[in-house]
Design a protein around this ligand. Structure first.
Ligand code: MTE
Ligand code: MO
Length: 412
């Protein structure tokens, strides 16, 4: 990453076309927040559409799950590479007041709250005054693959697998910023918010928090570059929080304010949205909801097929390289197994080299189908802590999917 003038020249005055591009949005149904009995239901009530491709500024053609604000899913074939290109990286914003322009000359990242010396950083301060940190980390929406749950359809964006991506992030360790500010005794949490605003009275802007020890542990990063260049505006230009191994709801985009708190953050985004059943399966029954929920946190161990694509036809007696991904919350993937017989027997897949603790891990498996007809393939991963995958799972939010996935099609 080049922390110099060239880097910043890349920036701004992009997205001039955005306003006209998204004016189409007025033709689509708008999310309705009025009249909902609970605001938490409203948070997720986005208009669903068919999965057509759209192209927004700085982005290639991506699958549009909703508009206003844009929600874009990455087509599966982009996952046949270690890193997801910035232009193909998925996009998710909660509030229609998302930023479409940032003046990098006046932009400041504020850091205050329970600190001795409140800070206000320019982008140049962050680039020049701190040792840069770089890491590959997977970002994944909490509701990724929500559309695949069997049972009552949970509300929210109906993602297939493309609500995720893997990127190399470069930025400043949050710990270094906290050290500069001098955290006072009694710090309990650190809260994060971006430039996006809620247009709806009654729905507060999105603010998320991490426990202080987690925020200060060294891995959490304020990123100013993604895959070696500035972040796309839709992915949070100019700064985003990177919380490796944790679901994306904490990865606050267009990060503008960090506040050290002496108590737990209480708002709709922590107390009502993004909560999961308090059990290791992250599962509950539609008619018997879990009595206790906790804020979503580390990625569940999970794996999926990238190739073949759903319903792809394969040729009989021709070797075919099955490919896919596996991820966990940071312990590392120990093993990926494929089943060719509906889950009765399992064979190890070959893992690609590890490219980072918080990266996904790619895997391959050569299969030569010997019989024509329908195929059903399954894949399961186990991480180094022994966490595997489940044969069934459901929860009201459609969050933290950790079900064994399958793919089907015809051998011809
Ligand atoms: N400021 C801000 N940050 C945000 C959000 C948001 O609405 N506002 N959404 C979060 C959620 S739920 C997701 S899935 C990720 C999506 O990141 P991406 O758009 O870069 O893929 O951003 C996270 N950070
Ligand atoms: Mo998300």
């Amino acid at each position: 990453m080049n922390g110099n003038e060239d880097f910043w020249k890349l920036n701004r005055r992009r997205l001039l076309g955005l306003a006209s591009t998204v004016s189409l949005a007025s033709l689509l149904p708008r999310p309705s927040f009025a009249g909902n009995s609970s605001a938490s239901a409203a948070l997720d009530e986005m208009p669903h559409s068919d999965r057509r491709l759209v192209r927004l500024p700085e982005k290639t053609s991506l699958i549009q799950l909703a508009d206003r604000p844009p929600q874009l899913e990455t087509p599966l074939h982009y996952f046949r590479q270690d890193l997801t290109p910035n232009e193909a990286f998925f996009v998710r914003w909660h509030l229609s007041g998302y930023p479409t322009h940032v003046d990098t000359r006046t932009f400041r990242l504020r850091l205050d709250g329970q600190v001795a010396k409140p800070q206000s950083f320019t982008l140049q301060d962050l680039v020049n005054d701190f040792e840069p940190a770089t890491m590959v980390a997977m970002n994944q929406c909490s509701g990724n693959a929500r559309s695949l749950f069997t049972g009552p359809t949970p509300a929210g964006l109906q993602w297939q697998f493309g609500g995720m991506g893997n990127a190399q992030w470069t930025g400043v360790r949050l710990k270094d910023l906290l050290d500069r500010a001098g955290v006072k005794a009694g710090a309990v949490e650190v809260a994060f918010s971006g430039l996006d605003e809620s247009p709806m009275p009654g729905l507060p802007k999105i603010v998320k928090s991490l426990k202080f020890d987690h925020a200060n542990a060294g891995d959490v990063m304020v990123a100013y570059a993604m895959n070696g260049t500035a972040l796309p505006m839709l992915n949070g230009f100019p700064l985003r929080l990177v919380v490796p191994g944790w679901y994306a709801t904490y990865w606050i985009k267009s990060l503008a304010h960090i506040e050290v708190l002496d108590k737990r953050l209480s708002n709709i985004w922590m107390d009502e949205a993004y909560r999961i059943p308090d059990n290791t399966e992250i599962s509950e029954e539609p008619g018997k909801l879990a009595p206790r929920t906790v804020p979503i946190n580390r990625f569940a161990t999970h794996s999926l097929f990238v190739r073949p694509e759903p319903e792809e036809a394969l040729l009989v007696n021709h070797p075919y390289m099955l490919e896919g991904l596996a991820n966990d919350g940071g312990d590392g993937i120990a093993r990926v197994e494929v089943s060719l017989d509906g889950g009765r027997t399992w064979t190890d897949a070959k893992l690609d080299p590890e490219i980072g603790r918080y990266s996904w891990r790619r895997w391959r498996f050569v299969w030569t189908p010997t019989q024509k007809g329908r195929y059903t393939l399954k894949v399961r991963a186990t991480n180094r802590a022994g966490e595997g995958q489940l044969t069934s799972q459901w929860n009201r939010g459609g969050l933290a999917r950790r079900v064994i996935e399958q793919t089907t099609g015809m051998v011809i």
